[in-house]
Design a protein around this ligand. Structure first.
Ligand code: ADP
Ligand code: MG
Length: 565
């Protein structure tokens, strides 16, 4: 049985499996191991995933969705045309596409997966991720933290002898820092911190806003399509700046062609605010692990955005170390997930490795305190499992009644770090009856059990009566009742994912449409002719003629995009 390791990224997703002695990344129908986490509704009602959908983000923004992982675990609906989808449903299309690729590659059905999530994902986000897998028809028994996966990839495949290191993962939309210790084949995550709203896309946004500023344009005056064009060119500028000291972006907006050039030094200055935000989680993780930067033996860079030279420089300065990046930074998490999948299938080669993990947030309940005036006030957080506790973990705390003749105690479950529960996230609540009596006489024991998937079970026992109440916090904000899941499953199954075999041609057309929209005048005419010629070849349905026609069109579009035209 093959279990798939899936890196379900904000920007890109990958699948990897363990072939018996090493992790192997799976290429998609277009030959790439990175599948953009973008979904689009095609004209024929089929769901398009990946690079084609990414092209359509420009030409059909209303029918396309990206970066939905940012909303994972919320009930926020995103639309493909008029059809509403939850973030996990859009994610399930990405997973379905990876599953199809894996099945084509392996020549057999795949039914189970290990999926990675940012270490900072809360309970609702983790549940939503599991559901995404299930909606794609995969059993998901295990979720793994992304930095843990990356560390696994390095721990087992690097040639390092280090013992303590930090994983610095800057992806498209999330930033994770984790401090990992490896000792005699035992990998342990000591602390995690991060920012769910910080990633490479923020650098792209920064460049886009610099471009707009430079041309005294107001983003709000541009339509979706124009904004998408600016964003795409800003992304290109960012990537080009990773390769040289200066680069230029070019955008066609309406009748005007606008350019903007930027040097690396200027970018470094403009990005100061973002770099400052990268520093906080690093400092916190170090504090939580009681370590100083000089105690670390290595710094591992993960995530495509760490390819930016300014990130290398920032990290080197912060830690006084040159960062390690011997594994491709976009692939490390998937490789780790693939190894984990192999471990899960009880592969002997990895039996020695024990993995421990930590709880990313503090979990606790609400208590009443007496204020200076002698009044009892609720709303204070009472931690039960502290953040960075190694999981699985189980903790018991005893609490007493706070009022005379109290008949029941309500146990509210919160996640967060604030002293006041109103600033933390409520995960659920349960009530337990207690015999009435004077305040402080009756007690309850609250047991929190946090399992390896980051799922919380709460058990409350009334001490004097032995009455118990238990809850696996099912009704978290963003969770869905089983009946609803099944109904959605049926609805989603009816939506077909575009077949793998026609994708290259589809991509050429989608890319051609985008370039047509971006271009002006004669260039447009020429692109229109190229596309018409290709469509004719497709219409004739002669394989023999389609292939060379596709090659010609690809070469034409490539040279157009590289500016040789
Ligand atoms: P995620 O884990 O969020 O899916 P990835 O690890 O795939 O993200 O990283 C995606 C991010 O990496 C994007 O913001 C992308 O712009 C950025 N990126 C990829 N290649 C480069 C590059 N050469 N230079 C700068 N940024 C890059
Ligand atoms: Mg990632």
């Amino acid at each position: 049985m093959t279990i798939l390791g899936i890196d379900l990224g904000t920007t890109n997703s990958l699948a990897c499996y363990w072939d018996g002695d090493k992790p192997v990344l799976i290429s998609n129908a277009l030959g790439s191991v990175l599948t953009p986490s973008v979904v689009s509704l095609g004209e024929d009602g089929q769901i398009l995933v990946g690079q084609i959908a990414k092209e359509r983000l420009v030409t059909h923004p209303q029918l396309s969705a990206a970066t939905f992982k940012r909303y994972m675990g919320s009930r926020r609906e995103l639309h493909l045309g008029t059809l509403p989808f939850l973030p996990e449903e859009l994610s399930s299309f990405v997973i379905r596409s990876l599953k199809q690729d894996a099945e084509a590659f392996l020549g057999k059905e795949v039914t189970e997966a290990v999926i990675s999530v940012p270490a900072y994902f809360n309970d609702a986000q983790r549940r939503a991720t599991k559901r995404a897998g299930e909606l794609a028809g995969l059993k998901v028994e295990r979720l793994i933290n992304e930095p843990t996966a990356a560390a696994t990839a390095y721990g087992l495949h690097g040639e390092q002898s280090e013992t303590k290191f930090i994983v610095f993962d800057l992806g498209g939309g999330t930033f994770d820092v984790s401090i990992v210790e490896i000792f005699e084949n035992l990998l342990e995550v000591r602390a995690v911190a991060g920012d769910n709203y910080l990633g490479g896309e923020d650098f792209t946004e920064l460049l886009a806003s610099l471009f707009l500023q430079h041309h005294q344009l107001n983003g709000e005056e541009l339509n979706d399509k124009e904004l998408a064009v600016v964003y795409k060119q800003a992304e290109q500028l960012k990537q080009n700046l990773s390769r040289g000291k200066a680069a230029e972006m070019r955008c066609v907006l309406g009748e005007r062609e606008l350019t903007y050039s930027l040097t690396h030094d200027k970018l470094e200055k403009e990005a100061e605010g973002l770099l400052r935000r990268l520093r906080y989680p690093v400092v916190r993780a170090l504090q939580d692990a009681s370590l100083r930067p000089e105690n670390l033996d290595a710094v591992i860079l993960v995530g495509g955005a760490t390819r930016m030279p300014l990130i290398h420089a920032f990290v080197s300065k912060l830690f006084g170390h040159l960062p390690a990046c011997s594994i491709n930074p976009d692939e490390a998490v998937a490789i780790g997930a693939g190894i984990q999948a192999g471990m899960k299938a009880r592969n002997l080669a990895l039996k020695e490795v024990v993995l421990t993990d930590v709880c990313p947030y503090t979990l606790g309940t609400d208590i009443v305190r007496e204020n200076a005036a002698g009044y009892k006030e609720s709303g204070y957080f009472f931690p039960i499992i502290e953040r960075n506790t190694v999981i699985p973990a189980s903790r018991i705390k005893r609490l007493y009644t706070s009022h005379n003749n109290q008949k029941a105690i309500e146990v509210e479950v919160f996640q967060g770090e604030s002293r006041l529960t109103k600033n933390n996230i409520e995960l659920g609540r349960l009530e337990i009856p207690v015999p009435p009596g004077p305040a402080g006489r009756e007690a309850i024991d609250i047991r929190f059990t946090y399992d390896i998937n980051g799922i919380l079970e709460v058990e409350v026992t009334a001490v004097s009566t032995g009455v118990k109440r238990r809850a696996v916090i099912e009704e978290t904000p963003g969770s869905m009742p089983q009946a609803e899941i099944e109904a959605r499953l049926a609805a989603l199954a009816a939506l077909k994912i575009h077949p793998r075999d026609k994708q290259e041609n589809q991509l050429l057309l989608a890319r051609g449409e985008r370039l047509y929209e971006e271009a002006l005048g004669d260039t447009r005419e020429i692109i229109a002719l190229w596309l018409a010629a290709f469509e004719q070849a497709l219409d004739r349905q002669e394989e023999r003629k389609i292939k060379p026609a596709a090659a010609v069109l690809k070469q034409r579009l490539d040279s157009l995009e590289q500016g040789y035209f």
